[in-house]
Design a protein around this ligand. Sequence first.
Ligand code: A3P
Length: 367
Amino acid sequence: MGIILDRLFPGAGDDGNEVAELESGHRVEPLPSEEMEQQNQHWKGYPYGLVRLTPGRWVFPKNYKYFADRLYRFQPRKTDVFIMTYPKCGTTWTQEIIWTMRNNPDLSHPQANDFIFLRSPFLDMDMLLHKPKGLPPLNDPLLTGFLKLCPFKNPFNGLMLQMSEAIRDPRTIKTHLPFSLLSPALLDTAKVVYVARNPKDVIISYHHHCRINTMHSYVGSFEDFVQYFVDDNLVYGAYWLHVKEAWEKRHHPNLHIVFFEDLKAKPTEELQKLNTFLETKLTDEQLENIAQYTSFNEMKARMKASGFSEENSDIFNKDIVQKDGGFFRKGESGDWKGKLTPELEAKVNKWIEDNMNSLGIEFKYSI
Ligand code: A3P
């Protein structure tokens, strides 16, 4: 069975260690063996290892190599909206807001309770689905949704990538990839909403995510996790470079930048700005209703009501979910306070100072 799966899914298995050039102009190579040994002690979710891209120090599971050129070639359409973020910046929240504004303004859409990635795909998720060999279990909503939408396609060639190609317009697509790894035509063709979040809260949220999510299975210490973060050694790599690539394009008419902290503090105001940017022409009442519908508590309750159980999904470590919470953890700004020791806070402050000032970006409320 293993041999058949390896043949169907060329990105899996132990081959492909060689250095390669990508169409994006990046060079991709496996992490050096000493680094990989340390990673293997702290992470149990990367069975085929990790690769690093230069320039940029982006880090990905090895399967990225198999999808990289296809992700770069992924054709944006005029009616697309991409939601782009570094992990844990509030992608799912913004994705639900935007999908709802565009497809469900009166909160009456019959598919509104379908699993979000079936309505609004996560473009680059396939590289993370490496257990077992690139596919979720047969009863997983992603796989059943794929088989319905793409009945004649091979799921091993990318569940989410092929679903992103196949879903009907207008598409609302989530990505954690930075601009430099996506089509150069993206911003001149489609609209992009970039979500940025205070990096201290990103650390707390990403650490939790990597512990509960078996696609990462982080078993190291919190101190080591912070070090991985400031060294750009986590999957999706360099936080500041990710933000920088978007921030530099902030005056482009097809780019709208949202701060998690603003969305949390004044959601209706931020939805009004999105309404203008997306040209959705919703009324104040519709926007108020959507802000309420996409609030933390309502989204969390809907996930439970949809029958998706983090306690029983093999994507989540149910013991940690029960103890420390699931995907909808806190949804707050400034939750990092009291969670970083003075030494860690000093380290992160220095790293923020070194990077943020040169960028001219400001995170409000809680730095
Ligand atoms: P916390 O771990 O701080 O709670 P992403 O979707 O990019 O993975 O981001 C996940 C973070 O966004 C998590 O942060 C999650 O709780 C938060 N989040 C998700 N939905 C939210 C909502 N409706 N309102 C506020 N925060 C939300």
